[in-house]
Design a protein around this ligand. Structure first.
Ligand SMILES: Nc1ncnc2c1ncn2[C@@H]1O[C@H](COP(=O)(O)OP(=O)(O)OP(=O)(O)O)[C@@H](O)[C@H]1O
Length: 256
């Protein structure tokens, strides 16, 4: 279990998070939503120890990740797979080498083991056969899937997704959403998805955390986002409905 306790973070004069507390339960898929710039990625980076809070702390299974020695943090990071916004693939390496990278860095697997595991991960994201290609030769959706294969290579307990469907067409977004759900079920991982794509939220999330103006204003089951009493969340959801059009059944909630 991950516990974000009273976390505040600012950069210079910009206060991004103020006293944010959030529990992330084992096995769930939690979506962190909010307007652009509301601090979703900053919150996610605290969860994996890539940012240190100014105040507050983050506990993973009871361990404060900001106070542990580097070697322990490295071991702990091995339990996380992160799909960064934009994929963050190494363009100079083949797809195979990109997926093999965390295995070489974090594990002591031999070449045969690495080859088998990379193939397994590429199969899981339905990309068998592209191992020799460079990421630059792949479509945006395929690059996201390669990044996903890399994120799962070390068999993480937690997968953090930063805007997994941004920049993708609706059909490719659905493929990514299906994969996220499939991985959550198949590998029984805990998933944290930072997104403003409400289709994604409605199709994959168990619970939703809504960030607004430095605070976590609402946390609850995905079924509650259409009839909650938080005015900021209501207008966020409505704005998304307006953007995609009200003919989309998945977004036509009871309060629409
Ligand atoms: N390392 C940093 N240094 C300075 N400012 C930062 C840093 N990281 C984030 N910020 C600022 O913090 C604010 C929140 O950024 P963040 O990326 O978390 O937003 P977000 O909610 O994920 O937005 P988006 O949906 O557009 O990706 C932004 O104003 C951003 O410029």
């Amino acid at each position: 279990m991950i516990e974000v306790q009273n976390v505040s973070k600012g950069f210079g004069t910009l206060q991004v998070l103020e006293g944010v507390s959030l529990d992330i339960h084992d096995g769930e898929t939690l979506a962190i939503i909010g307007r652009s710039g509301s601090g979703k990625s900053v919150l996610m980076k605290h969860v994996v120890g890539l940012l240190t809070p100014d105040e507050g702390r983050v506990l993973v299974d009871g361990t404060d990740i900001d106070t542990i020695p580097y070697e322990e943090l490295r071991r702990l990071r091995r339990r996380f797979g992160v799909l960064f916004q934009g994929g963050a693939l190494f363009d100079s390496m083949t797809t195979f080498e990109n997926v093999a990278f965390p295995l070489r860095y974090f594990s002591s697997m031999d070449e045969g083991g690495i080859r088998d595991r990379v193939q397994e991960c590429l199969d899981l994201v339905r990309l068998s056969g592209v191992g020799t290609k460079n990421p630059t030769d792949l479509s945006g959706g395929m690059r996201k899937r390669v990044a996903l294969a890399r994120a799962i290579a070390i068999e993480p307990e937690y997968i953090l997704y930063d805007e997994p469907t941004s920049g993708l067409d609706p059909e490719t977004s659905n493929t990514i959403n299906d994969l996220i759900s499939h991985l959550a079920e198949e590998l029984n991982v805990t998933s944290v998805v930072v997104t403003h794509d409400m289709h994604s939220v409605l199709s994959i999330a168990d619970r939703v955390a809504f960030l607004h103006e430095r605070n976590l204003e609402w946390v609850g089951p995905v079924s509650g986002i259409h009839d909650c009493s938080n005015p900021h969340l209501n207008s966020f959801v409505k704005a998304n409905e307006y953007q995609v059009g009200d003919t989309t059944p998945a977004l036509s909630g009871p309060s629409a």
